[in-house]
Design a protein around this ligand. Structure first.
Ligand code: NAI
Ligand code: UGA
Length: 466
């Protein structure tokens, strides 16, 4: 089966970059990325490539090559569905904020809407690909909707979860560790799997394209994120033990990471993991386990989230106790708001929660982040509903450069590991701050000796205090 046209519903962090690379590598396939959000589509179509809605290193070059050739962004969802042979569903699947499973289960309403829309519009056979991260057995629900509300055409459902990480999305897409495709174990299912495998085969070596049954593929995505987040929570748990004993968490991480069975990656202690997916996907895993009566399994994974919440709170508490048990009226500068470097995404960023806790103590927060807009920072805080929007505005001040942000501050807290923070003129920052000048490095990016030599009272995560 030859694929001539692809449609992707959802032009977000996954749909946008993934389809850009598919289009770049398959110039003979037309790829239409569609979204209900008109502003987002307008931004994807902006001639000024610095205005793309997502900041990802290398994305602008890929879009420049393919856009207008065989890559198109539009709000014409029906038209793109109708003309496509293969339709990716890449819409958001946030944690439910209402009803059964509130705060735990994945909200599948956007996915279901897509399935219903595909069923209504499709007039010939289609392959429908789950790109969104979904609970195991969702393909069953999608198939039921398509088969029962459609126009009698045949649908094949595939699961093709995305493993890219933000900030390295283009590199991850260009050379993935693996591409996972789950499908029905039938002749038609195999043909659909082969069709999608040939799209990736344009640039991904065959031995990296892994095919499984649908349920293994759906569950592997939740499992991969749970394992990765578990490693961060494990090293963060040990960071507290390091602080209590005089061990250095980076030294411990290096020592264990050299064991080839453990490996060196994802062992960086931090103020806590963020991002739109780790928490949501683990909560979803916990919810599924609980629904199946597997309470011990649910409790095991829930601990990863509990530890992450603890790490964020511990960081805020450390700032408060170190600043003589009060931060009221004190200026505390955050360097970084994004959940990790090289992205403008701040969803579930630890910075939001740490700011919220300090603002509860009436601290005045000044923030500088190279890519996150001040509007987004305020929206993030308002979303928590802890205090009124005007109070948030009063207590938070945003800056577009670091020196004004740190001027007059009692303390600086590093919340994101942006490379540029290492090269700031820290002597200048020190001079401008209140004394004693405190720095809390929530990412362990600074050289502690150098910072102490400048005069700072410096504290990293999981590091000896002097
Ligand atoms: N952000 C990431 O790095 C990764 C995300 N994922 C998963 O991919 C999925 C998408 O995530 P993101 O791209 O981050 O979300 P996003 O929120 O950035 O993008 C989703 C887009 O879908 C659009 N949308 C929702 N319903 C629609 C509909 N009925 N018709 C047309 N457009 C619709 C929204 O307007 C939005 O622009 C989620 O399930 C997520 O768990 C998977 C791997 C990585
Ligand atoms: O499903 C998803 O959304 C994606 O989630 C993560 O990607 P992402 O959240 O973009 O970024 P990561 O590099 O995994 O970092 C997540 C969080 O963990 C933190 N982290 C990561 C690694 C580490 O050693 N220490 C640490 O604190 C990061 O700072 C960040 O806040 C996974 O790495 C991707 O494979 C997956 O596709």
């Amino acid at each position: 089966m030859k694929i001539n046209r692809i449609c992707c519903i959802g032009a977000g962090y996954v749909g946008g970059p993934t389809m850009s690379v598919i289009a770049q590598k398959n110039p003979e396939i037309r790829v239409d990325v569609v979204d209900l959000n008109e502003q987002r589509i307008a931004d994807w179509n902006d001639q000024d490539l610095t205005k793309l809605p997502i900041y990802e290193p290398g994305l602008d070059g890929v879009v420049a090559e393919a856009r207008g050739r065989n890559l198109f962004f539009s709000t014409e969802v029906d038209d793109a569905i109708e003309k496509a042979d293969m339709i990716f569903i890449s819409v958001n699947t946030p944690t439910k904020t209402y009803g059964t499973g509130k705060g735990m289960a994945a909200d599948l309403k956007y996915v279901e809407l897509c399935a219903r829309q595909i069923a209504r519009v499709a007039k010939d056979d289609k392959i429908v690909v789950e790109k969104s991260t979904l609970p195991v057995r969702t393909a069953e629900a999608i198939k039921s909707i398509l088969d029962n509300t459609g126009n009698g055409v045949n649908f094949q459902i595939l699961s093709n979860p995305e493993f890219l990480a933000e900030g390295t999305a283009i590199d991850d897409l260009l050379s993935p560790d693996r591409v996972l495709i789950g499908g029905e174990q039938s002749e038609e299912g195999q043909a659909a799997i082969n069709a999608l495998a040939s799209v990736y085969g344009a640039w991904v070596p065959e031995d990296r394209i892994l095919t499984t049954n649908l349920w293994s593929s759906e569950l592997s995505k939740l499992t991969a994120n749970a394992y990765l987040a578990q490693r961060v929570s494990s090293i963060n748990a040990l960071s507290e033990l390091c602080e209590a004993t005089g061990a250095d968490v980076d030294e411990v991480a290096k020592a264990i990471g050299m064991d080839s069975r453990i490996g060196p990656k994802f062992l960086k202690a931090s103020v806590g993991f963020g991002g739109s997916c780790f928490q949501k996907d683990i909560l979803n895993l916990v919810y599924i386990s609980k629904s199946l009566g597997l309470d011990a399994v649910a409790d095991y994974w829930e601990q990863v989230i509990i530890m992450n919440n603890h790490q964020r709170a511990r960081f805020a508490k450390k700032i408060i106790t170190t600043l003589y048990n009060t931060v009221s009226g004190k200026k505390i500068t955050f360097l970084g708001w994004a959940f990790k470097k090289d992205t403008n995404d701040s969803r579930e960023s630890a910075a939001i929660y740490v700011a919220d806790m300090l603002m509860d103590e009436r601290a005045e927060i000044a923030v500088y982040d190279p890519k996150v807009s001040s509007r987004q920072m305020l929206e993030d805080l308002n979303y928590l509903n802890t205090r009124s929007e005007s109070e948030n505005e009063e207590l938070m001040d945003t800056h577009n450069e670091p020196y004004g942000a740190t001027d007059g501050a009692h303390a600086v807290a590093i919340l994101t590991e942006w490379d540029e923070f290492k090269d700031l003129d820290w002597e200048r920052i020190y001079k401008g701050m209140q004394k004693p000048a405190f720095v809390f490095d929530g990412r362990n990016i600074m050289d502690s000796q150098r910072m102490r030599d400048i005069g700072f009272i410096f504290q990293g995560i999981g590091k000896p205090s002097e």
